[in-house]
Design a protein around this ligand. Structure first.
Ligand SMILES: Nc1ncnc2c1ncn2[C@@H]1O[C@H](COP(=O)(O)OP(=O)(O)O)[C@@H](O)[C@H]1O
Ligand SMILES: [Mg+2]
Length: 213
């Protein structure tokens, strides 16, 4: 089953109640640079309830999909920000290139949460993914994947079986299946596929500027 959500319009005000373990925490980590202004108040209330439900019932992974600008990365970032144990965020394209660098050079420099870089081997990189309290894989499927990409992502997703994992994508479940194959798609869709619908929020305040000569 896919849960379809429309954005809150106008934004709902007031307190957002997530699972007690999350709401009682002040933000534990900064928002990722891609979505620095993400706010719970602009997440559709049904999406908040759904995330709460997933956390309480441990129905992972959460596969958030929808067209660009629907708030997928913001939702993932907000959960990542307050997650009470170690949370790791990867842009999928960065993860793929880091694993490929390890395979070529033996290791890769990775930025830690405090901004300092440290060196990891491929095994170290996968340990980091596997042992995080929460893993976010942002934007799977922006490019047609190679067989190696599918192999790396399948390994990463397998390492998270039964553990908190949020994956965001522009790909609908059937498109995910076509692009990545049934093995990976069935693992990603086994928890809760959540569709963020509505219009492109990036365009809300955009106006065409017409210049005449
Ligand atoms: N929860 C939110 N809080 C604040 N801004 C939001 C939120 N959701 C969407 N937006 C606005 O919409 C833009 C696109 O959101 P984003 O999460 O990057 O979309 P997607 O990942 O679906 O492409 C953001 O840069 C922000 O301006
Ligand atoms: Mg995004």
């Amino acid at each position: 089953m896919t849960v379809q959500l429309q954005p809150a319009h106008p934004p709902h005000a007031g307190k957002v109640t997530l699972t007690t373990s999350l709401t009682l925490q002040p933000p534990l980590r900064p928002l990722p640079p891609q979505v620095p202004a993400a706010s719970w108040n602009l997440v559709p209330p049904d999406a908040v309830r759904e995330v709460d439900n997933i956390i309480q019932r441990s129905r992972w992974p959460l596969y958030v999909f929808g067209q660009q600008g629907r708030g997928k990365s913001c939702l993932a970032a907000l959960v990542h920000q307050v997650w009470p144990s170690r949370a790791v965020w990867f842009d999928v394209s960065d993860l793929l290139s880091q694993v490929k660098t390890c395979r070529r050079d033996g290791s890769v420099d990775v930025a830690g949460p405090d901004g300092r870089t440290f060196e990891l081997s491929e095994a170290g990189l996968f340990d980091r993914l596997a042992n995080a309290g929460l893993l976010v894989l942002d934007d799977i499927g922006i490019r047609t994947p190679t067989d190696v990409d599918i192999e790396i992502l399948t390994r990463a997703v397998n390492a998270r079986a039964g553990k908190p994992l949020i994956v965001t994508s522009n790909l609908k479940p059937d498109e995910l299946n076509t692009a990545f194959g049934a093995r990976l798609a069935s693992r990603l869709l086994a928890g809760v596929p959540l569709c963020l619908a509505g219009s492109d929020r990036r365009l809300t305040h955009s106006q065409v500027v017409e210049v005449r000569s």
